[in-house]
Design a protein around this ligand. Structure first.
Ligand code: GDP
Ligand code: MG
Length: 436
């Protein structure tokens, strides 16, 4: 599976501190291949992996988790974001609300109409199903059977061949009978054609629906994107329903469609039973696309454990007055991992506006990191060793000035003094609160 493949691609990375340009290339290739395997459109897969590469570069690799797993976490987060981040609700406001269902023949429109009617009914709203598939008499019967099954009225006019007329009559019926939501099931063709598009476009124009949903079979893979694009160009729909996600389809269509037409996926359908309907959750779909089960939570847990362990270790050193530059560097890196410094400060109450005028950025830490990294391990552990000639060497090595080095050493010594004093006050029983 992808996780093992990534682990292999990352073998060279073990022991290195972070993900770099060199070691990221082969991994990105693996991810692209996995996405295409999961039916993600080729262009979309490339777009996505370019973004992921940017995101992954420079991330710290944790000891307790394999780089491949960490990478999967990054990928999964990115996919989630690309698919909209969180679930998008369906609006059923209106008097009545009108939900127009579009899509190719066999995509699952009629089945979905029944499921949606059932769901809305369970939410306590009176629903009307409307049969506007005027080409196949069997389609009306199919909707009637489903309506009966879920206990929802079905409006149909078997003799009428005008879909717009039927839909408007259904609307009148709904208003007279206190229905709050009208679902309009329509006809589809096996492929996109003009007559079908004209018909559904005319329905949309006449009804002005609350929601126009596009239903698409996720098993059609790459074709799903083209169909979605054709419907969106003509209909400008406002939500997508992905069907037939039972079986082993991996849902790549979700990512492709979302990226290409930029419309939210609202529901997924995963079976012929009326209960097999779910609100679309981008994070779950990301996991499905990657086919990785619990890898994400594993990485999250490891990351947390790492942070806690590190915090405890440093606390202990502070208590023993052994805090040194290595610990300092580790703390800096923890802060960086939490995100952008400006954003972090901006989250404090009342700080949002102030931060805008302040000139803080993550670069502020760069010279400090550079100075510490130019010290030998020996010097980091024993800052007392840092005499004039060593300081000159460090300034040169880090691209800073000797004044910068002196300033940092002074701040560091002040900090240690403060820690010592605090330890005295607390009788050495408790340490300073750490930075994370
Ligand atoms: P329509 O032509 O768009 O109205 O499509 P239908 O609702 O008639 O569905 C076409 C076929 O797909 C039927 O046999 C349905 O039972 C089946 N179907 C619909 N949705 C799903 C689904 O989510 N999973 C599976 N396995 N089959 C489905
Ligand atoms: Mg149908």
């Amino acid at each position: 599976n992808l996780s093992t493949k990534l682990d292999r691609a990352f073998k060279t990375l073990k022991g290195q501190g972070s993900i770099t340009d060199v070691n990221v290339a082969s991994t990105v290739k693996e991810i692209r291949r996995a996405l295409i395997d999961a039916d993600v459109n080729y262009k979309v897969a490339k777009q996505v992996t370019d973004k992921i590469k940017e995101e992954a570069l420079g991330q710290d690799v944790l000891i307790s988790v394999s780089p491949g797993q960490l990478f999967i976490k990054i990928v999964s987060d990115e996919l989630t974001k690309l698919m909209g981040g969180s679930a998008e609700p369906l609006s059923t406001e209106g008097s009545p609300a009108i939900i127009l269902i579009s899509g190719l023949q066999g995509s699952g429109k009629t089945t979905f109409s029944g499921k949606l009617a059932s769901l809305i009914k369970k939410q306590g709203k009176d629903v009307l199903l409307t049969a506007c598939d005027i080409y196949r008499p069997a389609a009306i019967d199919q909707l009637k059977v489903l309506g009966e099954q879920v206990g929802v009225d079905v409006y149909a006019e078997p003799e009428n061949k005008n879909a717009v007329e039927i839909a408007n009559n259904a609307l009148d019926y709904a208003k007279k009978n206190g229905k709050k939501v009208v679902i309009v099931d329509t006809a589809g063709r096996l492929a996109v054609d003009e007559q079908m598009m004209d018909e559904i476009a005319a329905l949309k124009k006449s009804l002005n629906p609350t929601e126009t949903l596009f239903v698409v079979d996720s098993m059609t893979g790459q074709d799903a994107v083209n169909t979605a694009k054709a419907f969106n160009d003509r209909l400008d729909f406002n939500g997508v329903v992905l069907t037939k996600l039972d079986g082993d389809t991996r849902g790549g269509a979700a990512l492709s469609i979302r990226t290409v037409v930029e419309k939210p996926i609202k529901f997924i359908s995963y079976g012929e039973k009326m209960e097999a309907l779910d609100v679309f959750h981008p994070d779950r779909m990301a996991q499905r696309i990657l086919g990785m089960g619990d890898v994400v939570s594993l990485v999250e847990r490891a990351q947390q454990a790492f942070d806690e362990e590190e915090a405890m270790r440093i606390n202990k050193k502070i208590r023993k007055n052994q805090f040194n530059f290595e610990d300092f560097l580790s703390q800096l890196q923890q802060i960086k991992k939490m995100g952008n410094i400006k954003d972090l400060i901006g989250m404090l109450p009342g700080m949002g506006k102030m931060v805008k005028d302040l000139d803080i950025d993550d670069n502020a830490f760069k010279p400090i990191e550079a100075i510490i990294k130019s010290m030998t391990p020996q010097e980091r552990k024993n800052p007392e060793l840092l005499d004039g000639s060593r300081r000159r060497r460090i300034a040169q090595g880090s691209g800073t000035t000797i004044q910068d080095v002196n300033k940092l050493l002074k701040q560091f010594n002040d900090m240690r003094k403060l820690m010592k004093t605090m330890n005295k006050f607390q009788g050495g029983r408790r340490g300073m609160p750490t930075m994370n």
